[in-house]
Design a protein around this ligand. Structure first.
Ligand code: GLN
Length: 293
């Protein structure tokens, strides 16, 4: 069987069960198994696929037809130009989070060897992208999930990037003593999907991605409030900042959470679809100097 014939069969199978991006999913599977890029697949569409490769491709297609995300099936995704290992222990990084990285890098481009922390790092995508783009930064990544930190460790080693990993809970009183104070950049994409919305998410998300990385229970602001309390106690260095990804419906509320204190300069930014998505918080100096030890 040729690449073209097998590809048509797989696309058809995925399309039949209603996967709109069946072409894209098939391309990911073929590129992964045949270890090539998608241009190569087209240029060599009349090449014969070996029987063991056919079997692997069909098995992977079967898993995708069962609504498992192709990134978990192949164990791999792309984020900000980096190839990352992912498993159901971590959220599959979303394109909007690449924008969070981009705007954060813009903010810290003059910072030199700054201290950065990514809270709730998951696959490590944010922390690794920052470290890759700015190797002089000292980047810490923390998460509540030990199995997520193992994935981060795998990714960091594969990419030859050094991260300081900390197993801790942003909701705990011990958080500050676990991670320390005085970061120049605090960055986070915390879980922000409330229960009512979470229960309506597609099966592909609900059945496979870790709910702990997405679902914030009944209080969509709880992680943002916890982070604000850590800012009050000196998590951010004088002149430093906090950058956050938020739910589009709660972006304004996250802004208010910080602006109601009159101690923070707060900016709301839109994502590429024009929706309010990112919040940048800069503690005002008089506040910072009075609370940092
Ligand atoms: N952007 C993700 C989604 O919509 C949610 C990420 C998060 O909860 N932090 O699936």
């Amino acid at each position: 069987m040729t690449i073209k014939q097998l590809r048509m069969k797989v696309v058809e199978q995925l399309y039949q069960i209603g996967l709109e991006d069946s072409q894209q999913i098939a391309a990911w599977i073929f590129s992964h198994v045949l270890q090539c890029n998608s241009a190569h697949l087209i240029a060599h569409e009349t090449s014969t696929v070996k029987p063991d490769e056919i079997a692997t491709i069909l098995k992977m297609a079967e898993r995708c037809a069962d609504h498992e995300p192709v990134q978990y099936v192949t164990g791999h995704t792309e984020f900000y130009g980096l190839s990352l290992h992912v498993s159901p222990d971590v959220l599959i990084p979303r394109p909007e989070t690449e924008q969070l990285v981009e705007l954060s890098l813009q903010e810290i481009k003059t910072f030199g060897a700054a201290k950065v922390i990514d809270i709730g790092t998951g696959s490590g995508c944010i922390a690794l992208a920052i470290k890759h783009a700015s190797p002089q930064m000292k980047v810490t990544a923390c998460d509540l999930s030990q199995s997520a930190l193992e994935i981060v460790n795998t990714n960091a080693q594969k990419l030859g990037l050094y991260l300081h990993l900390i197993h801790t809970d942003v909701m705990s009183d011990n958080f500050l003593s676990d991670v320390g104070k005085g970061y120049h950049l605090v960055i986070s994409n915390p879980p922000y999907i409330p229960d009512v919305e979470y229960s309506k998410l597609p099966r592909m998300v609900r059945d496979f991605e870790p709910s702990s990385a997405l679902n914030c229970g009944n209080d969509p602001l709880k992680y943002y409030r916890a982070i604000r309390d850590h800012l009050d106690r000196g998590l951010v260095h004088d002149g430093g900042l906090l950058t956050l990804e938020t739910h589009v419906d709660y972006a304004e509320s996250v802004c208010s959470l910080f602006s109601e204190r009159n101690q923070f300069q707060v900016n709301l930014r839109e994502d590429y679809s024009g929706k309010p998505r990112f919040v940048i918080v800069k503690p005002l100096n008089e506040h910072s100097s009075s609370t940092i030890d």
